[in-house]
Design a protein around this ligand. Structure first.
Ligand code: PLP
Length: 405
């Protein structure tokens, strides 16, 4: 059976050109970058070259890049690392209700350490409520962390506007409010650079690089405490360098920079076709901004809602047909709890359970979309007929509570 992968927001395949660049550092150039001998220095040179290439893309200096093991670690290092180093300046942190668990759990941990966290609500379109964010900043606020694009619904947040609010409030209160953004879903796809935040989290496996490698951009002059202690990365992140993956991340980033405009155009066209056709199925909607979202939506990512059926059931039926997608973030899909992102959007739990996330990638084709569209309506009909709630009157009277349908 043909396999079709529609879960690129969870992870992507490793680009074969990236693998090629990595292989020598796994096979022959395997030295520990901290060793003074030839193999070690060869490895160190490769890391510093990769650092420079990534810094060029992020428009920052090499010194401002800290290599980590993943996006989650970058988020923890930014949020916990900054909070612990700057506690004397204030104990208030602002984030949003629909951040990735890597951010929310880091914030929850900080609550146990005496920090107060404000979780800003989001609009029905899936955008952070800027007015509420502005109002929640106090003289005790030291950090604001708002993601660049949401991983479940793909909405892009106005981070440049939020960064400006942080700077203006810093001037007004004569304090320093640092702005961090989780750009795990956007780096390599849309523009993100050092002029847009003080700290930026990135993860390679979302842009056809290897799993288990990420970075944190940290503007110079910003103090953080390490979470993993050791001498690497100027004492900010201990651990033997993962040379092959660092080299792979830089290569994947360079390829993504070159390809992104062409890929985005293709993904926009595929998404439009997909969306137009799926919405023809009765009682189906888009979670977050839907059609016409333009620049505010990640190309290729769309989250559909289907009334009266479980997203997991659709997922399993699609999987039986060789199509792989997701009901939300990969991390929460095994918990069977309604997605915190969809609940934050204002959906009722029963509506949130009927969600299906399609995230397209560069290898997807129009034939993939056609195949998906040829099997989906039948699956939806079958599941609705099996639903204990099946009731035509219920379906007909349904008006929904999301503006985005
Ligand atoms: C927005 C966002 N942040 C953080 C992460 C975590 O990244 P990693 O898998 O590299 O830990 C993910 C992964 O799904 C994500 O989508």
């Amino acid at each position: 059976m043909k396999k079709i992968y529609f879960d690129h927001a969870a992870t992507t395949h490793l680009d074969s050109k990236v693998l090629e660049k990595m292989l020598p550092y796994l096979k022959t150039k395997y030295g520990n970058a901290s060793s003074l001998h030839n193999y070690g220095q060869e490895s160190k040179d490769a890391i510093e070259k990769a650092r420079k290439e990534l810094a060029n893309i992020l428009k920052c200096s090499s010194e401002e890049i800290i290599f980590t093991s993943c996006g989650s670690e970058s988020d923890s290092l930014a949020i916990i690392g900054y909070a612990l180093a700057n506690k004397s300046k204030g104990n208030h942190i602002i984030t949003s209700k629909f951040e990735h668990p890597a951010v929310l759990e880091a914030c929850k941990f900080l609550e146990t350490q005496g920090f107060e966290i404000s979780y800003i609500s989001i609009t029905k379109q899936g955008l952070v409520d800027i007015e509420k964010l502005k109002k929640s900043i106090t003289k005790k606020t030291i950090l604001v962390s708002i993601m660049h694009a949401n991983n479940e619904i793909g909405t892009i947040q106005p981070i440049e506007e939020i960064y400006k609010i942080c700077k203006d409030k810093s001037n007004e209160y004569k304090t320093k409010i640092v702005f961090h953004t989780d750009a795990v879903q956007t780096f390599g796809k849309i523009e993100i650079n050092s002029s847009m935040a003080d700290m930026i989290s990135i993860s390679a496996h979302k842009f056809y690089g290897p799993k288990g490698i990420g970075l944190l951009y940290k503007k110079s002059g910003i103090n953080i405490k390490p979470i993993i202690h050791g001498h690497q990365e100027k004492n900010l992140r201990g651990g033997t360098y993962n040379t092959a993956s660092i080299v792979g991340m830089a290569e994947a980033a360079k390829i993504a920079q070159k390809e992104k405009d062409v890929i985005n155009k293709k993904l926009k066209n595929l998404t439009e076709k997909l969306t137009n056709e799926v919405l023809k199925i009765e009682n189906t909607w888009i979670n977050g901004i839907g059609k016409g979202a333009g620049e505010n939506k990640l190309p290729g990512l769309v989250n559909f809602g289907f009334l009266l059926i479980e997203g997991e059931s659709i997922l399993m039926h699609l999987d039986n047909k060789g199509i792989m997608c997701s009901t939300g973030s990969a991390c929460s899909s095994d918990s069977l709890q309604a997605s915190h992102v969809l609940l934050a959007l204002g959906l009722k739990p029963e509506e949130a359970h009927g969600s299906l996330r399609i995230s397209l990638g560069k290898e997807n084709t129009e034939e993939d979309i056609d195949y998906f569209l040829s099997v989906l309506p039948e699956i939806v009909e079958k599941l609705r007929n099996m639903s204990p709630f099946k009731n035509k009157a219920q379906l007909k009277s349904f008006k929904g509570n999301s503006t985005c349908r």
